[in-house]
Design a protein around this ligand. Structure first.
Ligand code: SAM
Length: 309
């Protein structure tokens, strides 16, 4: 099926996310001892990008923690377009890992990740028994499965997941952090819908850009375009309201969306804001407000017994 921009350009966005994360971690915005295993060279990002990375990470952590609650071992997570995400290792280091954690990405990305994990003693020790599979493109452990595949072939992925212990009856979090927006809207819609049909209860969490049409939005798109990157999904789901509707239309029961401004203002503790504000000189207050208004975290809930707000 059709993906409007080259798969190579899409894959390169993962390096960018990982470099930004290592920058924020190195400056003390958040703790992640694992990300350095996946980044070749440290690059310092500007303060506004570091604060953005911090807030994005805090938002996803917040919703993931609510989903897992105090009973993570009876739940599972499927990370779509997981890239170099370290969340499995971070949860496991706190004893808060779900029963199974699945990650899916293109084979070019997963083979590099599998190699990086294999080379790292700390990560392999955390995994316990594990094997490299799929000709080097996959890694299978007891509770962690790194899978190579194309999200546009969701049926095939579902079968693979089930053969590795994915359990439809367990509450499931589908995580899509900066992923759906790179797909054509029909492909993204079909993933959101098939995920809803797959499980009896779960959460679908998406983090991506919104508001393409104002001055800041056009500048943001222009910058990406100069790097060969386009965001076809931003025109299909350009507002908080359309982000919520995408889930309801796809069969999810409840849907929520907020921009990063709202998360930073309303959900980040005052003590955290004060701590983060001291890490770097931060003059770009107005620009920060504009930037964080253009990033959205949205999530949907299906089934009983899950409350994520
Ligand atoms: N979720 C990670 C994060 O936030 O750090 C990585 C985000 S990165 C911007 C987007 C990821 O989605 C890339 O690793 C890319 O390879 C993956 N991706 C995009 N389209 C995909 C597809 N059709 N199938 C599998 N993976 C895909």
């Amino acid at each position: 099926s059709y993906q409007p921009l080259g798969d190579d350009a899409v894959r390169s966005t993962n390096d960018d996310a990982a470099v930004s994360r290592l920058s924020a971690v190195t400056l003390g915005y958040m703790a992640d001892p694992y990300i350095k295993a996946f980044v070749r060279r440290l690059q310092r990002r500007p303060p506004i990008i570091n604060r953005g990375t911090y807030t994005r990470s805090a938002a996803i952590d917040c919703i993931t923690a609510q989903f897992l609650g105090d009973d993570p071992s009876s739940k599972q997570i499927v990370s779509l377009g997981a890239g170099s995400d370290t969340r499995h290792f971070l949860l496991k280091s706190r004893g808060a890992q779900p029963k199974r954690y699945f990650e899916i990405d293109f084979p070019e990305i997963t083979s590099r990740k599998a190699q990086a994990i294999k080379k790292n003693k700390e990560l392999t020790a955390m995994l316990g028994d594990h094997s490299i599979a799929g000709g080097g493109t996959e890694l299978h452990a007891q509770d962690y499965f790194l899978l190579a595949g194309d999200l546009r072939q969701f049926d095939a992925l579902t079968q693979r997941l089930e053969s590795l212990g994915f359990d439809k009856s367990l509450p499931t979090l589908f995580l899509s952090e900066c992923v759906l927006i790179y797909l054509s809207p029909p492909d993204a819609d079909s993933i959101v819908k098939q995920a809803a049909n797959l499980v009896s209860s779960g959460v679908f969490l998406t983090y991506e850009q919104i508001l393409p049409d104002d001055a800041f939005g056009s500048m943001m798109l222009q910058n990406l375009k100069s790097r060969n990157i386009e965001l076809p999904g931003i025109h299909a789901y350009p507002t908080l309201e359309s982000q919520r509707e995408r889930y309801l239309k796809a069969g999810w029961d409840q849907a929520f969306a907020m921009d990063l401004n709202e998360f930073w203002e309303g959900k980040v503790e005052e003590s955290e804001k004060a701590r983060v504000s001291k890490l770097e000189i931060f003059d770009e207050v107005e620009e920060w407000r504009l930037l964080s208004g253009h990033y959205c975290v949205s999530w949907a809930v299906k089934g009983n017994g899950l409350s994520v707000v």
